[in-house]
Design a protein around this ligand. Structure first.
Ligand SMILES: C[S@@+](CC[C@H](N)C(=O)[O-])C[C@H]1O[C@@H](n2cnc3c(N)ncnc32)[C@H](O)[C@@H]1O
Length: 368
């Protein structure tokens, strides 16, 4: 059969439908405590058969548990040896609720407010979700930021080490953390500089979480907590050694995102650095050449570019479903930085999928 007559497979469509089912299989397994039950047996190496697993999670019998467990094997979240189920290394590290890098809470909260999704078509048509959806997201933020805290703490520590390597991390830094969430960034940074000070900004319903995080490490006195919209609250200009914008730009509509980056540049002044962490969408192609420098002319197939950015695109869509944010591209960051008299000076990926961009004011020499 040649290519022209080969049947077109419906597999991509089924993959999407099955994505929904897979998500709920994982959610149910977490709700039932499947991974935690298997973790208790991990030391013995014997695993559990369906009847034992059913007993461990309080299910009525092995039948439904077998279907769920076999599906989890197919999803690479469990393994099966004979009739016994075991954790995969990924499940042991990321799905057991007590694991330090557990993503169990993130599975629940990462998709944002559940009512955002049935309205996505209207959101795309009208350009913004129903106000009630955005209100639900704000209500969800405390749980969401708690769930992302462990990952962000790791990124913050890696960024402190990188700033130190570059000589941009003074002994007593002043940090401004815009949209500080769980406080993972401010605690991660303060632990590397116990004499530093952080101005932490977030919405009133979220800020107490960051304050508590600072209290928990005995550094509450070094944190000035400012409740309100990060574009409106009063903050000292050109006083920060480091301004953190971690996972905030993509949730803002373009005009507000640009204003926020400009504000961060202003707070950092001539000598500070703005640290942007976000899941960036691919740059657009303009005049044949992508802003990332790629030649997009001559009918170049861009499909592989978007395929490679699947994770970032789906997270941008998650934001679009519940905010007026369109995600952010590196081209956006470059042009917004340039408009604010700054430039993107470097990028690195200290933790998989966590891309850090460093933006600094243009020095007089650099602009001349
Ligand atoms: C995805 S979380 C990121 C939290 C933190 N920067 C991190 O990376 O872990 C976005 C944060 O921005 C905060 N936020 C959203 N809109 C805000 C606004 N207008 N002013 C201040 N904070 C805001 C949210 O409450 C939330 O804590």
């Amino acid at each position: 059969m040649n290519a022209a007559t080969a049947p077109v497979s419906p597999a991509p469509v089924w993959d999407v439908i099955n994505g929904f089912t897979s998500y709920w299989a994982l959610s149910a397994a977490l709700d039932l405590g499947v991974f935690d039950a298997l973790a208790k047996e991990a030391d013995t190496g014997t695993g559990l058969d369906a009847a034992q697993l059913a007993a461990a999670i309080g299910a009525v019998g092995p039948g439904p548990v077998t279907v769920l467990a076999e599906t989890l094997v197919a999803l690479d979240l469990l393994t099966a040896v004979e009739d016994r189920f075991h954790l995969t290394p990924a499940a042991e590290r990321f799905l057991v609720s007590t694991a330090p890098a557990s993503m169990a809470a993130l599975v629940r909260y990462s998709p944002g407010p559940p009512n955002a999704w049935p309205g996505l078509a209207d959101t795309v048509r009208t350009g913004a979700p129903e106000p009630t959806v955005t209100a639900d997201l704000i209500e969800l933020y405390p749980a969401l930021v708690r769930a992302t805290g462990p990952t962000q703490a790791g990124v913050a520590k890696a960024v402190a080490a990188e700033l130190e390597r570059r000589g941009w991390w003074p002994e007593q830094p002043t940090v401004v953390d815009l949209g500080c969430g769980s406080g993972a960034w401010l605690t991660g940074l303060l632990q590397s500089r116990p004499n530093g000070q952080v101005i932490a900004v977030d919405l009133p319903n979220v800020l107490p979480i960051a304050e508590q995080a600072a209290t928990d490490i005995g550094m509450r006195d070094q944190v000035i907590a400012v409740a309100g919209d990060y574009l409106d609250v009063t903050l000292p200009v050109a006083a920060a050694d480091v301004v953190v914008l971690a996972h905030v730009l993509r949730a803002e509509p373009t005009d507000r995102a640009q204003q926020l980056l400009a504000r961060a540049v202003e707070l950092a002044g001539a000598d500070g650095v703005v640290v942007v962490v976000d899941y960036t969408r691919p740059d657009p192609v303009r005049n044949g050449i992508g802003e990332d420098g790629e030649d997009g002319g001559g009918g170049e197939d861009r499909s592989s570019v978007y395929g490679a950015a699947r994770h970032e695109l789906l997270l941008s869509l998650t934001m679009l479903a519940s905010t007026a944010g369109l995600g952010v591209t590196v081209a956006d960051l470059r042009s917004w930085a340039a408009a604010a008299g700054a430039e993107l000076v470097d990028s690195f990926e200290p933790v998989p999928r966590q891309h850090v961009r460093l933006i600094r004011s243009r020095t007089p020499e650099a602009t001349s």
